[in-house]
Write a protein that binds this ligand. Structure first.
Ligand code: E4P
Length: 222
């Protein structure tokens, strides 16, 4: 399972990239707004830090302008052609743009997916990734992880569907575990959730006990 980090905070990404656990980054217009910085600068800097995929979202809603924005965002990539994934919303124009960009070899992340039917459309449009938002479904009393199960199952039926299931809107570590059990390809995690994955009180207590006992020996490895 690949881990992407869901943030536009470049300093945070720099730290997390050093952990060696990061396979990519996702951003969205709300995360860019939260950073308080110009989007193109932010995406350029992230692309320098992370070989990819780095998702950068279009903000137009019509096909022609989306396509222009998508090509401009894709050109910000510093590494190979697979550095930037253009993020498009799951709308008719968004999927038309997905088809056009993916047929030119540009990675596309279809975002704002809330149903299995929408995920089928994304795969047929040639999306590299589809992003079902599990947390937002849970928030309205639906079952986000049931959607992941459906999409994983459906995609497995068709060899022609190459789209990877990117679990988005992750709210807690159990979302990550459940998604991994279902065989989802990717989870994009807010930085605090990524850090929470490390935590277990028995790890902290066990390490403290080992180090206390070691200190009593007066030895040093180096
Ligand atoms: C990722 O691509 C999405 O933009 C993100 O996971 C949305 O998460 P949220 O529901 O916490 O805003």
């Amino acid at each position: 399972m690949k881990f992407f980090v869901d943030t536009a905070d470049v300093a945070e990404i720099r730290t997390l990239a050093a952990s060696g656990l990061l396979d990519g980054v996702t951003t969205n217009p709300s995360l860019i707004a939260k950073s308080g910085r110009p989007m193109l600068d932010v995406i350029r800097e992230i692309a320098e830090l992370v070989p990819g995929p780095v998702s950068a979202e279009v903000t137009a809603t019509d096909f022609e302008t989306m396509l222009k924005e998508g090509k401009k965002l894709h050109a910000l990539g510093k590494h190979a052609k697979d550095n930037i994934a253009v993020k498009v919303p799951l709308t008719p124009d968004g999927l038309r743009c997905c088809k056009a960009l993916s047929s030119e070899g540009i990675m596309v992340n279809v975002t704002l997916c809330f149903s299995a039917a929408q995920a089928i459309l994304a795969a047929k449009a040639g999306a590299t990734f589809v992003s079902p938002f599990v947390g937002r479904l849970d928030d309205i009393g639906e079952d986000g992880m049931a959607l992941i199960a459906d999409v994983v199952q459906i995609y497995r039926q068709y060899a022609s569907f190459r789209t990877e299931v990117l679990v988005a809107s992750v709210r807690h570590p159990q979302h990550v575990v459940a998604a991994a059990k279902l065989g989802a390809h990717v989870a994009t995690l807010p930085p605090n959730i990524l850090k929470q994955l490390f935590k277990h009180p028995l790890t902290d207590n066990g390490l403290k006990a080992f180090l206390d006992d070691w200190a009593k020996t007066g030895q040093s490895i180096l």
